[in-house]
Design a protein around this ligand. Structure first.
Ligand SMILES: [Fe+2]
Ligand SMILES: [Fe+2]
Length: 443
């Protein structure tokens, strides 16, 4: 049996007693003691030693809890997280934590260790049992090397996504996420490879089921804060992947729920701003709660008027129309055949063109496109078709929804819009396959 399995001997090795003195006590040479110390050092080594990698982060909160995001070649298991906690000087048996792993779009894995805090017997820190909504937990990313921007023949590239519906249903022992991290990571992987001029998120970024007007399920309660945290995480990942891209979030009807909820239930809190910051977003607004300013992300509010224009003829909106039996995009090209429209809302991937006669008899071609959704399409997202089992989980439903994203190359009066499907965590974009698997706590 190895001496290193003897806890007493290991404890002695961890003191600064001279090797010769330890050797004399255990009847071995001082060289053997030194070798054992070296082996012990390897075993205790922080599995992430090495230079800080882009996207790694470490967050310490005033209450003593901490979060870590760490990169590795191989996905970490539970024991790796325990070893890491040990390397931070804490005993894994004396702390609580949650962990998860996602694949890193640029190779390897993100190992996520959240809410590491000492176990407390009995009632915890006296925090309210139904915590008030607060800004998302801050995620600090280190932006390192990013791929060079591909040449595009003088054209600008705008990538589009929509309807992430970030939110949760917490019932019994299970937590269901409405948003699909696999699809989200595929989109972020494409963004990273392309370094686009702009990334436009076409609304319904959050689901905000607890603030909705529909039947309240028990499982919605307390999930708002989790959604804000995941929303901020996605925006942080996007910003880390594309440090130089303009990123815009256009408000959707679900995002608007936060404002409507405050207006209806806590009018006194509506529009309140931080002291001495008259130009800031209100405290309870999504840009503030998602910390969008810190990530240099623009928010276009006032749905359904909320819009961002790529150029003189191309608008990005969330959309108000949903034609369940036909093309919704056809309605936009009928309504406004002189401009191009990117819209979400229906969760259906679609692109349609229209050509009308211009003022000098020339043909004018425009299009309307929906990139599809980045939420799950199997009945988890609350919708008119949804149904809930007795245990609070959702029934599987086949929604007529598709996952995907959009791309627009434009400039000098030309536009090359495309929509791209994401199927089972895979997309093929410009002839290249992008796959990202997600295996973590968020699934
Ligand atoms: Fe939606
Ligand atoms: Fe919507």
């Amino acid at each position: 049996m190895s001496r290193l399995n003897d806890p007493e001997y290991v404890a002695v090795l961890r003191t600064d007693e001279w090797p010769s003195s330890i050797g004399a006590r255990y009847g071995i040479s001082r060289h053997a003691v030194k070798r054992d110390r070296a082996k012990l050092g390897e075993r205790r080594e922080n599995p992430t030693t090495g230079p800080v990698i882009a996207g790694e982060s470490e967050t310490h909160r005033p209450d003593g809890s901490a979060d870590y995001v760490l990169n590795s070649e191989q996905a970490w298991g539970y024991s790796d997280f325990c070893r890491f906690i040990e390397s931070k000087g804490q005993n894994p048996d004396e702390v609580t934590f949650t962990w998860g792993v996602t694949t890193n779009p640029s190779g390897g894995f993100w190992n996520k260790l959240n809410n590491v805090r000492p176990k407390v017997a009995g009632k915890d820190d006296g925090a309210p049992e139904w915590p008030v909504i607060q800004p998302a937990e801050r995620v600090q990313f280190v932006t390192g090397w990013v791929p060079p921007k591909p040449a595009r023949d003088g054209l600008k590239l705008s990538l589009k996504c929509a309807d992430t519906q970030i939110g949760f249903r917490a019932g019994g022992n299970t937590i269901e996420a409405f948003h699909d991290w696999t699809a989200i990571n595929v989109f972020i992987a494409v963004c990273r490879a392309e370094q686009p001029d702009s990334i436009i998120i076409l609304g319904d970024f959050l689901d905000l089921a607890a603030q909705g007007k529909y039947v309240q399920e028990a499982g919605f309660a307390r999930t708002t804060q989790m959604a804000l945290n995941d929303g901020h995480l996605m925006l942080s990942l996007l910003r880390a992947a594309c440090p130089n891209s303009q990123i815009v979030l256009v408000e959707g009807n679900h995002d608007k729920r936060m404002q409507s909820f405050i207006e209806q239930n806590a009018l006194a809190a509506f529009g309140l701003k931080q002291a001495n910051m008259p130009d800031s977003w209100p405290v309870m607004s999504l840009p503030n709660l998602l910390r969008m300013g810190e990530l240099n992300i623009d928010y276009m509010d006032a749905y359904p008027a909320a819009a961002h224009w790529d150029d003189d003829t191309t608008r990005n909106i969330h959309g108000t129309r949903a034609n369940s039996r036909g093309s919704t995009m056809a309605q936009y090209v009928q309504d406004a055949p002189h401009i191009n429209t990117w819209a979400g809302h229906t969760h259906r991937t679609e692109i349609i063109y229209k050509t009308v006669i211009g003022p000098r008899g020339e043909p004018i071609e425009t299009y309307s496109a929906n990139p599809g959704a980045l939420c799950h399409t199997d009945g988890r997202v609350p919708s008119v078709h949804g149904a809930i089992h007795a245990d609070g989980s959702s029934a599987r439903v086949v929604e007529d929804w598709q996952q995907g994203f959009g791309s627009l190359l434009h400039g000098d009066g030309v536009a090359w819009p495309q929509v791209h499907r994401i199927r089972d965590g895979v997309t093929v974009y410009n002839g290249k396959r992008f796959t990202v698997e997600h295996m973590g706590v968020h699934a």
